[in-house]
Design a protein around this ligand. Structure first.
Ligand SMILES: O=C(O)CCC(=O)C(=O)O
Length: 289
């Protein structure tokens, strides 16, 4: 049975620029996803990829792990994404946002679309799936309601080591934190957010890792405007544009050809991410973020 959003939920997303909590996956499904990810970690070790794993998981992980594409395609996620973006859906990037227990890693206030080269579009959205408990204490995201109604504003680079973003970028206006909404999620719950919403997250003061699996969805009408070309996976519907190079889902974990393709795509996308930066990105940075 299709699991679309109600018209009231779609209206809330359009008004506020976010929607949560959405019940995505139940306890046994979350355990199955986490077990598939544990297997993926073991496979990485067996292939000698352990040292690179944090970077490999940080962006474009859909090229490497079939289980990630399976989650992106699951009706509780994709039917609801279709309620916002319509019937033709591309997956541009899947990323893990992990904050270890008791770490100071934060994400500064920013708008996602700033450095992606995809323009001001309303046809991109993020689905953030909680794979652990996500609370204020563990450093949940925070949103400023309605801030997506603004254009992309100037950002400044901090390159702060504690920042999970590659440029440590932050929006160069004062954000009134009193307006912020805490995106508290139970494992298996999902939040949606618009590419121009102001959002941030604080340190993890809890005893457990805070784990989010994050999907960037687009319609085929979105175009890469900065890098020479761009790549995406068609998950539903058709793409009648010439805007995207389509990539097939992987058949197994870390196939050699997929690792090479991911590296090439990430290198090409980094042209947009690095545009205008005054210094190199964090060591081992990975576009997009
Ligand atoms: O996971 C976080 O703390 C931040 C995630 C984020 O900025 C995003 O998904 O756009």
């Amino acid at each position: 049975m299709a699991q679309e959003l109600s018209s009231a939920e779609v209206a809330r997303y359009r008004r506020d620029g976010y929607l949560f909590p959405l019940d995505g996956f139940d306890g046994s499904e979350v355990r199955a996803i986490n077990a598939a990810l544990e297997q993926a970690r073991n496979d990485a070790r067996a292939l000698g990829l352990e040292a690179e794993l944090p970077q490999l998981l940080r962006s474009n992980v859909q090229y490497l792990l079939p289980c990630v594409v399976d989650v992106a395609r699951a009706p509780p996620l994709l039917d609801r994404v279709a309620s916002i973006l319509g019937p033709d859906i591309l997956l541009w990037s899947a990323e893990f946002f992990v904050k270890g227990a008791h770490t100071d890693k934060i994400v500064s206030w920013h708008q996602d679309l700033t450095y992606w080269g995809l323009g001001e579009t309303d046809e991109e959205m993020t689905a953030w799936l909680a794979l652990s408990d996500v609370s204020v204490e563990s450093g949940c995201m925070r949103f400023i309601p309605g801030s997506h109604q603004q254009k992309i504003l100037p950002h400044r680079d901090t390159f702060a080591e504690s920042n999970l973003l590659s440029r440590g970028q932050e929006v160069a206006v004062d954000v009134d934190e009193n307006d912020a909404v805490d995106v508290v999620l139970k494992p298996g719950q999902v939040s949606f957010h618009h590419g121009r919403i102001f959002h941030a997250s604080g340190p993890n003061r809890s005893d457990h890792d805070r784990v989010g699996l994050v999907f960037r969805f687009l319609t085929p009408r979105v175009r890469q405007l900065v890098a020479q070309r761009d790549y995406a996976m068609l998950l539903r519907g058709i793409d009648a544009t010439n805007n995207w190079i389509h990539v097939a889902p992987p058949a197994g974990n870390y196939e050699a050809a997929s690792l090479r393709l991911r590296e090439q795509v990430t290198r090409e996308q980094s042209v947009a991410l690095a545009a205008g930066a005054a210094q190199p990105m964090h060591a081992g940075y990975q576009a997009p973020d």
